[in-house]
Design a protein around this ligand. Structure first.
Ligand code: GTP
Ligand code: MG
Length: 600
């Protein structure tokens, strides 16, 4: 066999290679391979220990470069799509003559067709193809013109005011009216939690309202001039850190809420306080930027004091640096009052706080830039067999959506954030690790039903072909081609933070593994090598145990199959934390998979 190259074309980020496959010089069939999203594939097959270990920086600020904007649309990835076309010429013609994209145009054309039926079947087919191309183009343009989308997780110590700020945002953006606020005020008073009325907007269940504490990650949506936001309101209480991990693993940016009230900043910041733990976890889980809001500035113990604000900023900066944040590029501080709604949607009145002339919270959110969450991007391969008609185009992408929750509603509905690829109604996908095939029947983004959705979107997807009881949190909705690998063992690079009572970390150590939406008991089965903190290289000598602060390469085992990826391929599915007895003891990244099973 030989391959003759006819054409090699580059369109933007697409490369199309056309050629013919020959046997003993006789032409057999034509082949076109199309690659998309070639722009960034940072394949570090060699583990870059030096860059990786630096103080939990699983994806360091330097790596992220602080540039680029999350663009949810993925114009090149279309799920599995089979299109019949007459021939290559027709394809070109259709593309050239496709009318200007206008969603409204399709029905008009359709009417004309009814009035003047086209008798020539070839023309009718051509027209149908044109209409289809125009509709697709219009859909893609509408998608491209959509505001960018960001997932924002609210983190911080218990009672810092996360839910109050979330509620206030919904009130200020007109999603909650005065009447509803009065209703919440009444309910909060009845529960002797007068000041929690704003938090009640986000804290919706009885337990949360009675205790005044968030348990489940609250979700809400709001828009600014440039961006659609999904709010993920994490719980601050230490008992619910696993829920906070799940919220942060879906986020692009974080809002760290700190209470300026006397004594409250101190408790959260002390060792064991959740201000510290949340920051470390957020960095590990890929939250690349932080807006640090110093809240409760209206409190009588603070009264918009510049000294208090400066004290908090000065103490937080070194800690944020040591946690891997570049405090110049990736962190911004703001004084606010969530309860009063001050400096949230509008800049502050100088009478309230004469010393602060910076932006409001919404202005900061509008301007924030974060790198795309999907560095490898999806790819597509097209195969045209052009010596026989019709031509077949097969597009393949790598789709990944870790499932965080599921429920029954006219079929099975799964919830999660798209980490790679886009999804369309009608797509055939596979649920991993149990390899059950599923068909997408409806997609809901925020409150709207949509036809397709791209990476970064938080979705509810109705699927058929699988019962909800066969799905667990941590399963991954995946493309059938190259589904996410399912493993019971993997090799990882770990940074030990703080072991319980100075315990030693050795083979046989058991912990709870948190990786994307997976929570699973795991065991360290082999310590492979320790990493020298000075040279940042693996040490030669065999090790039996390590202590606090050490970095190691080790083999980890779980009893049930879980879906993970190498960090270098899909960071979102390759970074994890280990917790023991409610404390985060280590953070890590997957460097190799053992015995992965991904065949559908
Ligand atoms: P968890 O979900 O339990 O972690 O708490 P949270 O961070 O969501 O705090 P929440 O919003 O429930 O508020 C806790 C308490 O702080 C409530 O009594 C609020 O009224 C109060 N609070 C929140 N923001 C402000 C503020 O800006 N000023 C004042 N004075 N009180 C506030
Ligand atoms: Mg809360």
């Amino acid at each position: 066999f030989s391959f003759r190259l006819y054409q090699f074309v580059i369109f933007g980020d697409q490369v199309v290679v056309c050629g013919g496959v020959c046997l003993n010089g006789c032409y057999l069939f034509g082949l076109t391979v199309e690659f998309t999203s070639l722009q960034h594939v940072p394949h570090n097959s060699v583990i870059n220990i030096e860059a990786d270990i630096r103080a939990l920086q699983l994806d360091s600020a330097e790596e992220n470069n602080g540039v680029g904007v999350v663009i949810p649309t993925d114009q090149n990835s279309d799920g599995v799509e089979i299109v019949d076309k007459m021939d290559e010429d027709l394809k070109d013609e259709v593309q050239e003559s496709a009318p200007a994209p206008d969603v409204q145009q399709a029905p008009e054309d359709h009417d004309q067709e009814i009035l003047h039926p086209v008798h020539n079947p070839a023309k009718a087919k051509e027209k149908a193809a044109q209409e289809k191309a125009a509709k697709e183009e219009a859909e893609e343009e509408a998608e491209a013109n959509k505001k960018r989308h960001l997932n924002v997780v609210f983190i911080g110590h218990v009672d810092a005011g996360k839910s109050t700020i979330g509620g206030q945002i919904l009130f200020l953006s007109g999603q909650v009216d005065d009447r509803q606020i009065q209703k919440y005020e009444k309910e909060a008073k009845e529960k002797s939690r007068e000041s929690w009325y704003m938090a009640y907007i986000m804290d919706t269940n009885e337990e949360e309202r009675a205790k005044g504490k968030t348990v489940e990650v609250g979700r809400a949506h709001f828009e600014t001039e440039t961006t659609r936001f999904t709010i993920l309101d994490a719980p601050g209480h230490k008992s619910y850190v696993p829920n906070m991990i799940s919220g942060a693993s879906q986020a692009d940016i974080g809002v760290l809420v700190i209470s300026a009230r006397k004594g409250e900043f101190e408790t959260g910041y002390e060792r064991g306080g959740q201000t510290r733990e949340h920051v470390q976890l957020a960095k590990t889980l890929g939250v690349s930027k932080l807006v640090v809001v110093v809240n409760k500035m209206d409190d009588p113990t603070v009264n918009w004091s510049k000294e208090r604000y400066d004290e908090i900023e000065q103490k937080m900066v070194p800690f944020l640096k040591s946690s891997g944040y570049n405090t110049k590029k990736d962190v911004i501080f703001l004084p606010i009052s969530g309860l009063m709604g001050t400096n949230i949607d509008k800049s502050m009145d100088r009478n309230v706080c004469p010393w602060f002339s910076g932006p409001s919270f919404f202005e900061v959110l509008n301007a924030i830039e974060v790198p795309p969450r999907d560095p490898n991007g999806p790819f597509s391969i097209s195969l045209y067999i052009f010596n026989c008609l019709p031509v077949l185009i097969l597009r393949i992408i790598l789709y990944r959506m870790p499932i965080i929750d599921k429920f029954k509603d006219m079929g099975t509905v799964v919830m999660g954030k798209v980490e790679s690829g886009s999804i369309r109604e009608g797509d055939s996908l596979i649920v991993m690790p149990n390899k059950e095939h599923a068909k997408v029947v409806a997609i809901y983004c925020d409150e709207d039903k949509v036809k397709r959705a791209g990476p970064g979107e938080n979705l509810r997807v109705r699927i058929t072909g699988i019962e909800d009881e066969d799905i667990l949190a941590g399963f991954v909705l995946s493309s059938t081609v190259k589904p996410v690998p399912a493993v019971t063992e993997f090799v990882a690079q770990l940074q030990i933070l703080e072991l319980l009572d100075n315990a030693i970390f050795t083979a046989g150590y058991k912990a709870i593994l948190h990786i994307h939406a997976v929570v699973e008991e795991c065991e360290i089965i082999e310590l492979i090598s320790q990493i020298d903190m000075k040279t940042r290289k693996p040490m030669k000598k065999k090790i039996l145990f390590v202590k606090n602060g050490a970095a190691v390469v080790c083999r980890i085992q779980v009893s049930n199959s879980i879906c993970v990826e190498k960090f270098s391929d899909f960071p979102q599915l390759g970074r994890f934390t280990l917790r023991t007895e409610g404390k985060t003891i280590a953070v890590g990244k997957v460097t190799a998979l053992s015995g992965a099973s991904s065949s559908a």
